[in-house]
Design a protein. Sequence first.
Length: 149
Amino acid sequence: MTQPDASQRTQTPRHLWLVGVLALIWNGGGAFDYLMTATRDAEYMSSFTPEQLAYFYDFPSWVVATWALSVWGGVLGALLLLARSRLALQVFGLSLLTMAITFFHNYVLTDGIAVSGGVAGLVFTAVIVAIAIFLFLYAMRLTKKRILV
């Protein structure tokens, strides 16, 4: 049996479509949240306390930039996954890295835990990180199997 040529694609598994669509919906939600916060949409932001609004609106520009790269990288990574591009791996990796930098600011350099609702906010952040790690590892696995080329 001969080894397949590196340029040959392996048949697309059905789970790729499921994971890709769910990743696009999930990351699209994060991008929507970023966009509504960055544009200070009055209706969207009306559910936040004055302390939370001050916290979000006082982010340094480098945090806003890492947040933007994180969420839009997630959207692009999901699209690249659906397109079966190996670039999904690098984009999910960049998204994960910039997410870590953003959360470092939010939970180490500032008191984001108190502002975000304590333990519930921290649990939601952990879910976000877990999903980002899963998508990165999933893209890595598909790249190694030559499903993403």
